[in-house]
Design a protein around this ligand. Structure first.
Ligand code: FUC
Length: 797
């Protein structure tokens, strides 16, 4: 791949954009062809039989899974605020005395009692609520069709799902997209058949333990309306049996536009006869966002009344590409694009290579973030927004001991910084609740604590039926990293002042009062756990709660250090920062290398109950933290050993754990393991619709993979830009454009035979920047707002 070829692609790109923006009425084909296709599509020769074969669309808040069934089509609907429960905080659990008691137990070595007491005394009994489906749109086509040449696809360049087939010499099409600009789900059905199509449209929603959850009616306007309240039957742990927990109210509204034929409402079903083309417009709103959510749907649908399908599509694509087009990744392998995606995946499972599909999977992570997290929406949950359940696995909630954070690992480095915003909005709500929890549960008045799971209502309390997974206090400390990194990447000082510093200060404040001094004068965190592992206590039995843990101290160290750096950049120096400095200085170290050369997971060299545990918490400082680098040889080597040991004992078994492993491999410059783990990720953890599987479906692995691929190509956490630090050998030639390095530097890299051939850097501001490639270090000057090219020797071209 030569630079001039690369420039040519850019010229086409610019031409494409110009074409898109010129003021003429475009038709669908024009729009799709207007630009050189970059990533292409996932495609299949058959409809989805299972939900995990269906294809997702979303506008950040509202979306769907499209099955593409030509006879009985199912469009499963989702909205990100479909939760039971409400913003009531409920009773807090635990007191300062309880905390003291627990610390005493640990001092006396009564670990098993501590495990029991922490749950008894602190665990809040209300269960985390489950995110729920918004229901389904069913499209039933009448008559048998002799279907041929069936094709179903998700175009990643345009964010459109398409279905196409012929029957009896006529062509049928379906196109589905979720527009963020117009806030509607759009479905277009067409046929070339002279007599058109006969079909019926039905909205429905699963029951909650036998209780109906919606009522559907045809409105005088000819629209179909599905209304309900999100419920959670069986409510809360410890509540009355059969009680019902009520949550947000919602309405889903369907309007149909059609060419030729007729549309009639018949008892909550819309019947279309002899239509040659129909555009279905769906709006979905809830009381979480709008007091009058029905009126909101009317507004939404009225606003698009006079827009044609082509106009809706055109503005959808332009809006989507604003984000998506910022990054391209070419690893070759286009020749396999003629094979359906499920066949390509099957080939990988048989041991074949497919860098082209690996590149698409990278872009899919970006596609999924654009589709499930937009400014103003809720953050992407364990399933993004895509969930067909009333009670989803792990409630499709927000797990804070890696999962929610992993969702946002690709946000900055893959040039989607704005899409990080929902995490900060949610984080700020958690901080408010976490201040109350800190005060009521632990008697700490100057800070916030957030435990390990939460839901739409942002409770910060401890929910720990089992201590090893629930009694963990660093959900907030880990989130603080994201506030800091957003500032590191963007340099946005207003964000630092108004959002990041207050967040850091809240968690640092909590830690200052939480830490206790051990007999050597070191500040330690008690009680601790190492998610979600246990250790073998002195009596040979597994225990979870401990005095100190590697991850706890690594997170605390990071929060304290970032608080100080933030304060410095803001010119803040006071008693608080002085105390942070002191406690950081005497904090018990988070990275301690044991006698066998591995990093200790707890303060003592305990044996792990699960040696191959999926959580590799004691490597937080390697990734997503940035404390362990090759500059510290001992810790760097110990990290390698720690990973090797986990893997030898069956580690990285779940999708997200494997994705984390790829990020570790990148940070350890281990391209051989990276190649192997990427292959295993696709072989074991990727479903036919390219969703990550824990199993079951969990979207964190998709996002973690995308971040991992970026880290293999470029890193910037060491104060300089490291180029191609761990390029897998099966990606010998390639090109990446638009990655972002800390300091808001846009990085394009071209490589051949595994060697960098050209590099381009762009910065809005004139600045100095340090580069590293293959042992060569160089300081370069970047002019303001101008792309600069460098050769393999890092000299300007
Ligand atoms: C964490 C993990 C589990 C799962 C759950 C949603 O608790 O340990 O593997 O991913 O979150």
């Amino acid at each position: 791949m030569k630079k001039n070829k690369y420039i040519k692609v850019w010229v086409y790109t610019i031409l494409g954009i110009a074409l898109l923006s010129c003021n003429r009425k475009a038709d669908t084909k024009d729009i799709a062809d207007a630009k050189v296709q970059k990533t292409g599509e996932f495609w299949y020769r058959q409809p989805a039989k299972e939900w995990m074969e269906a294809l997702p669309v979303g506008n950040g808040r509202f979306g769907a899974m499209v099955f593409g069934d030509p006879s009985h089509e199912r469009i499963q609907l989702n909205e990100d605020s479909m939760w039971p429960g409400g913003p009531d905080l409920g009773d807090s659990k635990g007191t300062v005395e309880d905390l003291e008691y627990l610390r005493e137990l640990l001092k006396e070595g009564k670990t098993h009692e501590a495990d029991k007491e922490i749950v008894e005394r602190f665990s809040y009994k209300t269960i985390t609520k489950s995110h729920q489906t918004m229901g389904d749109l069913y499209i039933d086509f009448e008559g048998d069709k002799n279907i041929k040449d069936y094709r179903r696809s998700l175009n990643l360049d345009n964010a459109v799902v398409s279905v196409e087939y012929t029957a009896d010499g006529n062509t049928y099409t379906e196109k589905v997209f979720a527009s963020a600009v117009d806030d509607v789900l759009v479905i277009e059905l067409t046929t070339t058949a002279e007599k058109g199509m006969d079909l019926s449209l039905k909205l429905d929603r699963p029951e909650d333990h036998g209780h109906p959850t919606v009522s559907v009616s045809a409105l005088p306007s000819g629209e179909l309306s599905m209304k309900g309240t999100v419920t959670q039957y069986g409510g809360a742990v410890g509540s009355e049996p059969h009680s019902m927990d009520y949550g947000v109210d919602f309405e889903t509204r369907l309007r149909v536009k059609h060419e030729s034929g007729t549309v009639e409402a018949d008892k909550g079903v819309l019947r279309l006869a002899n239509v040659k083309r129909a555009t279905l417009l769906l709006a979905g709103a809830t009381s979480f966002y709008h007091d009058n959510y029905e009126e909101q749907n009317t507004k939404t649908l009225d606003a698009v009344r006079n827009k044609t399908f082509e106009e809706l599509l055109e503005s959808h694509i332009a809006d989507y590409r604003k984000f998506y087009d910022r990054v391209t990744l070419d690893l070759g392998g286009k020749e396999l694009d003629s094979l359906p995606t499920d066949e390509r995946l099957a080939r990988i499972k048989e041991g074949n290579d497919d860098p082209g599909l690996m590149a698409k999977l990278f872009q899919y992570g970006r596609y999924l973030l654009i589709s499930s997290s937009r400014p103003g929406t809720n953050p992407a949950n364990l399933q993004g927004i895509w969930n067909e359940h009333i009670e989803a696995p792990w409630n499709a909630d927000y797990h804070l001991n890696i999962n929610l954070q992993m969702n946002y690992w690709p946000a900055e480095v893959t040039n989607l910084s704005e899409l990080h915003q929902p995490l900060f909005d949610f984080g700020d709500r958690l901080i408010e609740r976490g201040k109350i929890t800190a005060k009521e549960q632990y008697g700490i008045n100057r800070g916030a604590v957030v435990h390990h799971t939460t839901d739409l209502w942002a409770p910060a309390w401890m929910r720990a039926e089992k201590p090893y997974w629930g009694s963990w206090i660093h959900g907030g400390g880990w989130l603080a990293q994201h506030y800091w990194e957003h500032y590191q990447f963007t340099g946005d000082t207003a964000f630092l002042r108004n959002r990041a510093y207050p967040a850091l200060k809240a968690f640092a404040g909590f830690y200052l009062d939480w830490l206790v001094q051990d007999k050597n004068g070191k500040w330690i965190s008690v009680p601790e756990t190492s998610p979600e592992n246990s250790y073998i206590a002195e009596d040979g039995k597994a225990a979870a709660v401990s005095a100190g843990s590697a991850m706890g101290h690594q997170i605390i160290a990071e929060v304290l250090e970032n608080t100080l750096s933030a304060a410095k950049d803001l010119g803040i120096e006071n008693e608080f920062t002085e105390e942070v400095k002191q406690k950081r200085k005497d904090l018990f170290p988070g990275v301690v290398v044991g006698e066998d050369g591995r990093i200790l997971e707890w303060n003592h060299p305990y044996e792990e109950a699960e040696k191959g545990h999926r959580h590799m918490s004691h490597l937080y400082a390697l990734h997503p933290g940035s404390k362990i680098t090759s500059a510290d040889k001992e810790a760097f080597e110990a990290a390698k050993k720690t990973i090797g040991y986990r893997l030898e004992h069956g580690g990285a078994g779940t999708g997200w754990s494997r994705a984390w492993m790829i990020n570790f491999n990148a940070r350890l410059f281990d391209k051989v393991s990276a190649e192997e783990n990427i292959r295993k990720f696709l072989q074991i953890s990727i479903a036919d619709n390219m969703f990550d599987m824990h199993p079951p479906f969990q979207i964190d692995g998709n996002f973690g993979y995308t971040a991992g691929v970026a880290e293999l190509l470029m890193q910037s956490h060491e104060g300089f830009i490291r180029l191609l630090p761990a390029l897998p050998a099966n990606w010998p030639d390639g090109k990446v454009e638009g990655l972002v390095a800390r300091g808001n530097i846009i990085v394009d890299i071209i490589w051949e035979d595994g060697k960098l051939t050209a590099l381009a850097l762009y910065s809005e501001q004139a600045r100095t920047c340090k580069l590293w490639y293959d042992g060569t270090e160089k300081e370069v000057q970047l002019p303001e707002g101008e792309k600069v090219w460098f050769g393999p020797d890092l000299k300007k071209e």
